[in-house]
Design a protein around this ligand. Structure first.
Ligand code: HEC
Ligand code: HEC
Length: 333
């Protein structure tokens, strides 16, 4: 109880401080105002339904409402699947902020309107369930609930309901994913500056060792590296994805506070730390990098940073296996 109070106080203080800084900053210099990317001309926009909408939608059969709410609950507190399907400290909402509804924070509804589709990451046509399975395998360092199971049905029902009223198969979507900073790491990007940005803006919540903060065994601030984090195959290991996510969402509650270059630097620093093995590991990180270059060209996996090759180890974190079955290839030949 005592530690919860302390944390809450720390959190409130942090917000109070940053709020007054923002207000003072806004008066003296408009460049310190919160900035988020805007929709480009012609882009499709959709506002996903809220919890209140799910609860009040009279078109929903009560049984369906139950399933959608179950899916939402699993999305928000995915740790209830810990040890079965989830083997790190994350929840789906750790990266898909605002209940998976927020633009530029990985809103999940576009998956329901654009799938089935071909996916470069695994080279075949993916269903919505398979896309969800991808985040279980990499981001959650685990394995997917069985296709068609109650758990999978609930999670996919939540995704589909979030897309209620949205256009099918329109891919020119505003706010999809996280990336707007461009997919090339700028030459000026610096590990040392990233470390400095981290210590000044992030370690208060995510810990100086990147392990996050737990109170009585419950994750309050999620880890950014180490065994409790996403593994080397996760989308967030791509430096541009992390840089964009961070710029639009972090420090928590202060989107756009970091400059683009600071976001690149801190994303580079975070993704130059060790984490559980890529489930596609062949036994050699450089070889795995080569084999999945399409993906790993944007990560530091299998490259040398500070004298060591990142990802050259057998550590799968808390997960007692390397590769889940659902990652097996699919072919219609
Ligand atoms: C006030 C506390 C706080 C600060 C400061 C903060 N974060 Fe976070 N961060 C969070 C929380 C909480 C989440 C998960 C969001 C949720 O569950 O709603 C998160 C999620 C993340 C995630 C995605 C989830 C994960 O664990 O991989 C990344 C990456 C991240 N933060 C990076 C950063 C970086 C980099 C900074 C500094 C620029 C930073 N954060 C500052 C609280 C914070
Ligand atoms: C560590 C961060 C992280 C966590 C945790 C995470 N995801 Fe994701 N998710 C991503 C990233 C990054 C992408 C998009 C880019 C990519 O393909 O790499 C993504 C994409 C998605 C998409 C596709 C969205 C679209 O625009 O088509 C869905 C659906 C999704 N995630 C569902 C989930 C579910 C369900 C969970 C929990 C079981 C989850 N994610 C947990 C990072 C995360």
């Amino acid at each position: 109880m005592h530690s919860i109070n302390k944390l809450t106080l720390g959190f409130a203080t942090l917000f109070a401080t940053s709020f007054s800084v923002a207000v003072i900053g806004a008066q003296s210099s408009p460049s310190t105002e919160v900035k988020l990317p805007a929709a480009a001309a012609g882009q499709y926009q959709h506002t996903a339904p809220t919890l209140a909408d799910i609860e009040s939608d009279s078109d929903l059969h009560p049984e369906l409402r139950k399933v959608i709410l179950k899916g939402r609950d699993l999305f928000m507190n995915t740790q209830q699947l810990r040890g079965e399907y989830v083997f790190n400290d994350l929840n789906c909402k750790s990266c898909h902020m605002g209940e998976g509804r927020m633009a530029w924070s990985g809103p999940v509804w576009p998956a329901a309107t654009t799938l089935p589709d071909f996916r470069g990451k695994n080279g075949h046509v993916n269903s919505l369930e398979e896309r969800i399975a991808g985040c279980f395998s990499f981001s959650m360092n685990g394995k997917a609930p069985e296709y068609g199971s109650d758990t999978m049905l609930a999670i996919s029902a939540y995704h589909q309901y979030m897309a209620k009223g949205a256009k099918m198969y329109d891919k020119n979507i505003a706010g999809r994913g996280f990336n707007h900073l461009g997919n090339k790491i700028p030459e000026a990007t610096s590990y040392a500056n990233g470390q400095k940005v981290y210590e000044e803006n992030c370690s208060v919540c995510h810990g100086s060792n990147g392990a996050g903060t737990k109170v009585d065994g419950t994750v309050v601030y999620p880890p950014l590296w180490g065994d409790g984090s996403y593994n080397w195959g996760a989308g967030m290991t791509r430096v541009f994805t992390a840089a964009s996510f961070i710029q639009n969402n972090m420090p928590l509650g202060q989107p756009g506070r970091l400059s683009d270059q600071e976001a690149w630097d801190v994303a580079y620093f975070v993704n130059a730390q060790e984490r559980p093995q890529d489930p596609r590991y062949t036994g050699d990180a450089k070889e795995t990098r080569e084999k999945y270059m399409n993906f790993h060209k944007a990560t530091l996996y299998g490259t040398e940073v500070n004298g060591a090759v990142l990802g050259q180890h057998d550590n799968t974190g808390d997960k007692p296996f390397l590769k889940p079955d659902v990652l097996k290839p699919r072919s219609f030949n």
